[in-house]
Design a protein around this ligand. Sequence first.
Ligand code: PMP
Length: 964
Amino acid sequence: MVTSHEGLPRPRVTLTDAVRWATEHWGVGGDARELGSQQDRNLLLTSESGRFLLKVSNAATTRAEVEAQGIAMHAVADTGLAAPLPLACTAGGDVVEVDIEGVVHLVRLLTFVEGTPLIDAGHLSTAAIIQLGETAARVSRSLATVEHPGLDRAFQWDLRRGEEVVRTLAHHVTDPVRRADLEEAVARLSQRLLALTPRFPVQALHADLTDNNVVTHRDRAGGLVVDGIIDFGDVSLGWRVAELAVTCTAVFHHHPTDPFAVLPLIRAFHDRCPLEDAEVEALWSLIVLRGAVLVVSGGQQAAVDPTNGYAVSALEREWLTFSVPAAVDAAVATAAIRRALGLPGVPPSRPLGAGTLLAAGPTPAMVDLSSSSRSLADGCWLQDGPAEEHRVLSLAAGPAGRSVTRFGEPRLTRSRSHDRSQPRNIAMAVDVHAPGDHLVAPFEGTVSRVGDAVVLRGVTHTVVLEGLDSGVHGPIRAGERLGSISGTVRVWLTHDLDPTGTPPPFVTTVEQSGWESFLLDPAPLLGLDTTRAPDIATSGVLERRQRSYSTLQSHYYESPPRIERGWREHLVDTRGRHHLDMVNNVTVLGHGHPRIARAAADQWRMLNTNSRFNYGGVADLSERLLSTLPEPFDTVLLVNSGSEAVDLALRLTRAFTGREDVLCLTESYHGWTLASDAVSTSLSDNPAAGIRPGWVHVTTTPNTYRGPHRGAGAGAAYAAEAVAMVDGLARGGCPVGTFIAEPRQGNAGAIEVPDGYLARVYDAVRSSGGVCISDEVQVGYGRQGDVFWGYEQHPGLVPDVITVAKAMGNGHPLGAVITRREIAESLADQGTFFSSAGGSTLSCRIGVEVFDTIVEEGLQANAAAVGTHLSAALADLARRHPLVGAVHGRGLYQGVELVRDPVTLEPATEEAAALCDRMLELGVVVQPTGDRQNILKVKPPMCFTEESADYFAAVLDEVLTSGW
Ligand code: PMP
């Protein structure tokens, strides 16, 4: 048996040899194609009887090993996971000996496991990571009882020999910096493993259960499903935990900036195959060790067999497999693993029993730098976060005072917009602002330096100080002077961790779970009980909502982030993460607009009353609205919402025409009140179409993309259908009194209403004595860019009544009906109209400010310019990604329609939902709409920038490319 660590080139086999052997020994002919392997030859044979894998093992492989692999394949296949199985050959048995250049090699024909190796399957989602953990657990359990002499192998993939392998082969790593990193990491982990390894259970392992060897397919919604396991070439005895460590290494190159993305895998394994304490303690070091073995072995393989493209191309990926986990302190990673597995923390915190760090004086004022901070306004944190921290600290400290930041706080000042990853913004240190003060040693210890930081090591705890002017070195007693503060000093308090460098000042949420076992709130050193920020991110607000609030009023996402702040087109969650807001067409000016905030506060101080009083606001707002409209419009009624506006509009037109019957379109939404709901036909909002009252008549929405009539000229066919309905109703004695439609089908997904359609239907309705409502609640108010009102998109069209809401109040409840006086006054016979808060002083004030801001900030022009830019980017995606069937809309009102098939237009509903969840992970809030829930809503605040449009398009591109 070859037991050396020297690399083995792949056996020299031609495709002709392969076909010949397969025909001779198994009676299987066909075509052969080479598949990758580090040290063997794998050939895919495609024959009439199916696809097979001809495996030519390298010369060092023994018959016993091959037999053991066969037993392992059967054991795994018995668990229901597909595994290649050896086929019996004509000579009996399933292994054939062949001569290659005078050396005997073993050849087998195996069944071929169809599917895509996980490594080629694109984005590795958390769900897929969990499946990897489950799969590793199933394999581990299935092999636990397998015994065979061929399992006992002395080779480089046995992690029991990992340290020796790395030391022996490190010279193959040509970059000296990388080599030094490897050697140092292995030296560090050797220490850690020494006492643990004797306690590890040993059993049969697959030993190479990585993304290369797990075969998958995607389900209808695009989710990854593990089908089976391939490549049993490394089956051997080893530490049971090594199986898990190997599988873990598959994750890092998919998530190089998030080493803890692997935690759900470990959890999934542990849930099925509980780890012993020693295994948990060693796992991270074993992961790093396996990465190191891969790197040195890859280097060696590339040197031995430079023509092995498979091995050469893997080198950078293998480096990530090592370097990503190696960058995390093993103690910290272990603490995070323990937390993820629900195991007690290690080590337990010990009492500090120390004096204070700050010399006698005032207690420092605590400042709030979280997303709920009132000291941070108007997006200032996005300009220069650290400068803002300084400003807030100085302000809170006062002239001679002291101030301090909070421990564990997700700082808004350390997060960014347009960021694909979780912010690294959770403070693991506190900043003490005390210019001119000095610090004293809170306990006896020794003072040294780590870089620029002053480190005071005591018996149980260590304090690290950055930004302190100090000349102190060596032993120090409690109360002795440590140094002086010229402005702000950063303070870490650690226990049971000997910092080789300065601990991180900021970490991500997942990293926090590891670091918090070692980094403590320094509050007691500052004379405070706590500086810890209240954890509003995980305070169970969703559960409280579900207990106390109707589930009828649903929420976005299964596990939504908690969002309490916004700025312009960004929604900021309570962890400080910025999400690009693609859905808030209501907040037309953007979130947190200072002018509207000031106006609202000012108006509350002045007066808030109802429209029966005489004040300027009602006239101001009504005049503003009428200024946007042509002649016949001369009257405004103010209400609180779109539903109310539609409801009131329907009452007015019914009173005016004296007719009950209303014609509306399929796939529409107009509101929730009895009347507006009755004319709402959208299946997702109003699926109970069967209970529609008799006065509602529905004609097919003129969707020229996927409706019954398609393409240019289809508008006429839809119009003819609607006109026929109008005529038929008139003939049948219930003539249409009102026709209600959006000028662009908003809820249907920004679908274009074809040219001429509305004009023909309006004509028909009017000539039979009816009137027409243009519902502009969704698509009006400048959002489409080139027009202020949606109906203006249709030349010559003038509705009788307009309903508007949403954008009008920028989120303040405000709606309006705009019409002609004769129509408005028709209701007079039925009493006056009054809405307590509709048209209140506050609502009018906000309405006017919003209107003026849209004008002064040029937001309609912005919607046109940025919308055109966005349309181009989305059209480009549609060209490149078959899933994008169409891009509807214009300006900042668009819809990206996802289809499974460009011909049948089968809606990609499940894909749309999964894609939206993935977009959230990448910092974009986008949701599906339409009857088929397959169209992405693109209707961000109208202050949307080109930069944000590019971010959205880039993230969508990434998700469409790499999956979810
Ligand atoms: N009409 C249309 C076209 C709408 O899109 C909506 C709301 N989605 C409404 C009316 C109802 O508006 P509100 O939610 O303000 O009641």
